[in-house]
Design a protein. Structure first.
Lengths: 417, 417
């Protein structure tokens, strides 16, 4: 049985830690979460780690290195979206455990400490916030989020307290950046790029910045039969011209992904010319400059379309999150490990946010993507092959071995041996 | 006080026959309808007409002509949409009454009979059917519509029976086409064309045919961050391309009015690529051939757009109603009357359906449009000027006088005198 096959079996087992319904539904600080931690604890102890749960309900498995060595953090999240898949998040906790098992059985010892982290809440489904675990480690969490409540009125503070043993003392969790080598996250791609390139693994160049805008055209309604075409100020026609241009312009940039995922018109009747059309425009890019340039272009274009047809146009940014670059040195080490394991090197940006986004405030980050069947994620039929997971275990083990060989793993405030 | 000013006063009075709320809400076979009939009865008797209500709840005012003469039908509907205006429909009952008063005071007698008709239900708001009154006259009504119920479960049969005195004997209402000179309807334009041309009146060339289609693009959803632009099958982008083309293509034809008044996408989330986009496409034209050509063009274009982006495309016709041409002779007589009254001749199609559509199955039809402020109709602020209504009364009276002078108003089966 390969380590990839073992991974498949273990992910199938832990998938049963789920609320009822199709696929996996495992929200943070729930009985399902607690059951899942039993599985993860077994994985960690089998890899020789010493396990504890921290005050943010992150399960931490530590492999102690030599005195004075830095710590490499590796991990991902245990939680899923409702009716999600078996891989998103949890696979990034399991595969590094298997990589440590493999190194151990190969007789390798590491000149640094390793911690595998199973964060509680990355999806942000239960509470209107997420990433408390990595933010606590980075010292960037905002205390006020503890007062946010789920839809049953349970605050995040109450949920964590009931889940752990004590009131959460999150401010004690912040790590000293000088002690940390970096953070590695393995994740299912959630997109089709690796499948398109027929490659099991990808090295992530960075995590895209995201902005959201509310776009609105205001025209004039009227009877579909009585207003001549030339007299119309049709908000949906104007919106349609802009939405088509959003797709064409983004395609031309090669670095921007832009999506209009929803739209609403008023009065919304078969025989009434639309007076208003409202839609959200989401723009993501690994380059903040390219993203801003794109949004500026669309704003100019929207205003032009509105002017041409006598409509009003508004575009308001409602959310922005800058891009996070992966660390060049760590990513090169990871890329070398992927190639050394016998796989082609594919580099790609991550369009989705990950725990690594928050960890980048603490330390250099690197991310390994595993091929995703048909690019489908957040669904019960989300799938990664055992062979691809085996490749990932090889690459993670190779990455650890390369890092061990690089000699730069001791704490800077210790003199080199 | 001009007849136009009298019209304005009377329309203001009958506007109080309304359910509560803004504007006029007068549905058929209601207490408001009954109250309105009292006003209309007064208008008709003041014009020298003998009044009765027929089995379809049409109020009929008859001016008897010489023995053996044909009958000219004139009318429109008493009902309104919910929160509608004071002019739509009811103005076309009042103005011909005033025209007959005017002819009477001018000492004119007509060599034919005239009936002014106040149809009960043209808007089709209360029941999922409409035009029972004119269809009964034309002998084209479908008995099964009597079983259709309003939202309170009251059938049309029960509503008419309760409103009248006997169970409705609609089959006795059909007229003999040989007895009918034609049908004239006066109506507020409900569009901006006359206002644009600075003209009070317009002669209608015909009533546009209408078709409705359900259009659907089916693509593939995916995460807005993880699917590269080139791999997308975005149903909203495809729909947007087609909707923009619908507007551009219709504008180029000059004879077609095409509207997409509503749209819905799934999954309809800010960060999910739309998998499906559904929208209704309504097409109207005075030329059935132009309408069908247009729809064929859009169908080809939609299929092409879908093919280009790997989507599926469906377009299904859900409703069709052919165009109705106005009678050339009657319309020329009407046009002469408009010009003789001192107004420019504007001819235009009607984009909306009217009682005249159903009456065209019985006899030649003609329609006179009255200028509509800002083109706004079916709203409380719908407005026609007293001066424009006065112009319409002049034109209707002139039309009747011209018809009287033309000598072709006797029944064909009577030998000419």
């Amino acid at each position: 049985m390969t380590l990839g096959e073992i991974a498949q079996t273990r992910l199938s087992e832990i998938a049963s830690c789920s609320a009822t319904g199709a696929g996996v539904t495992r929200l943070p600080f729930t009985p399902e979460h607690r059951l899942a931690l039993n599985h993860i604890r077994h994985w960690m102890t089998a890899a020789g780690l010493e396990v504890h749960m921290d005050a943010a309900a992150t399960l931490v498995g530590r492999l102690e290195g030599p005195v004075g060595s830095k710590t490499l953090l590796i991990g991902s999240h245990q939680d899923s979206v409702p009716n999600g898949g078996r891989y998103d998040g949890i696979m990034g906790v399991l595969l590094p455990c298997l990589a440590l098992e493999k190194l151990h059985s190969d007789g390798e010892t590491l000149p640094f400490s390793v911690e595998i982290l199973a964060f509680a809440d990355e999806e942000g489904v239960r509470f209107p916030t997420a990433l408390l675990g990595p933010r606590a480690l980075a010292g960037t969490y905002d205390n006020s989020v503890l007062d946010l409540a789920d839809q049953d009125g349970v605050t995040l503070r109450a949920a964590i307290t009931e889940f752990g043993e004590d009131p959460p003392q999150l401010d004690r969790l912040a790590r000293n950046p000088a002690d940390i080598l970096g953070y590695l996250e393995t994740h299912i791609e959630q997109g089709p790029v690796l499948e398109t390139h027929d490659a099991p693994l990808g090295v992530v160049t960075g995590i895209c910045g995201i902005e959201r805008n509310n776009v609105r055209f205001v025209g004039r309604t009227g009877h579909a039969g009585t207003v001549p075409m030339a007299d119309r100020r049709d908000a949906l026609v104007a919106a349609s011209r802009l939405i088509a241009s959003v797709a064409d312009t983004a395609k031309a940039t090669n670095t921007v992904r832009a999506t209009v995922g929803a739209i609403s018109v008023q009065p919304n009747a078969v025989n009434a010319i639309p007076e208003t059309a409202d839609f959200p425009l989401e723009v993501r890019s690994i380059s903040d400059e390219a993203r801003q340039d794109f949004t500026d272009q669309i704003r100019v274009l929207g205003a032009q379309i509105a002017r041409d047809s006598g409509l009003a146009f508004e575009m308001e940014q409602t959310y922005v999150q800058p891009a996070v670059a992966c660390d060049i040195d760590l990513s090169e080490t990871l890329a070398g490990a992927v190639q050394h394991a016998g796989f082609p090197l594919i580099t790609l940006p991550s369009g989705a946010t990950h725990d690594a986004s928050a960890m980048s405030d603490l330390c250099p980050i690197a991310m390994l993507f595993v091929r995703c069947k048909h690019g489908l994620s957040h669904r019960p039929d989300e799938h990664a092959n055992a062979a691809d997971m085996n490749a990932a275990v090889d690459a993670i083990a190779g990455f650890l071995a390369s890092l061990a060989a690089s000699g730069s793993t001791r704490n800077h405030h210790e003199p080199p041996l």
